[in-house]
Design a protein. Structure first.
Length: 204
């Protein structure tokens, strides 16, 4: 807990919270014990079976479509003049797109070469919709938004297609695990309330 605090600051924080170091240790130990107990009990939930996954898929996704998607890279530039300069370097092949993103982009994905991953129309701000009109490996003109000026390169494209169990497996499993753990937690709370009955003092 002390790590990251300038010298003396942690003790002043304890004083402000009216805690001694021993009290803080006990508080942290109690929370860690509770967390470990809860994780252990939730881990007792029965694993999700393939039959359950298939049943959830049939009930919720069987007739759904996966929308058209693109995988794209971006370079985010603050000014239109700089965007024009970077675009010229890209189109004259003076620099590769990934290297340009790392060198010029102000976006959080710059260190990944501007990789935005896969997205569907509407997943991103409106400026990103231009990617759905670009051929694979082509580079867009600068596109203005409230963030600055974007230059996009489409890496790959997927047409609309039927949803499949394999494609949805990870998110269905996550959904079912959350539901099962919620049920496990509700049972646990019921057991604890039965084992430790509480009485309300109405006057207080």
């Amino acid at each position: 807990r002390v790590d990251g605090y300038p010298p003396g600051t942690f003790q002043r924080l304890l004083n402000a919270e009216q805690l001694t170091l021993a009290e803080l240790r006990a508080k942290v130990k109690r929370r860690l014990t509770q967390d470990a107990f809860l994780r252990a009990r939730l881990a007792e939930a029965t694993p999700i079976t393939d039959a359950e996954l298939q049943a959830r898929f049939d009930a919720t996704l069987k007739d759904k479509k996966v929308p058209e998607q693109v995988r794209a890279r971006q370079i985010l530039i603050k000014t239109s003049e700089e965007a024009v300069h970077v675009l010229d370097e890209l189109r004259t092949r003076k620099i590769a797109f990934e290297a340009a993103a790392q060198k010029y982009s102000a976006a959080p994905d710059a260190q990944d070469g501007g990789d935005l991953g896969w997205f569907a129309r509407g997943d991103m701000p409106d400026a990103f919709d231009v990617c759905f009109n670009l051929e694979k490996n082509t580079i867009s003109d600068p596109v203005g938004s409230s963030y600055g000026f974007h230059i996009f390169q489409v890496v790959d494209h997927r047409d609309e297609r039927p949803e499949t169990l394999d494609g949805a497996r990870a998110r269905l499993e996550e959904e079912l695990v959350r539901e099962r753990q919620s049920e496990q937690l509700a049972r646990l709370l019921g057991e604890l309330r039965t084992a430790t009955p509480a009485k309300v003092n109405a006057e207080v």
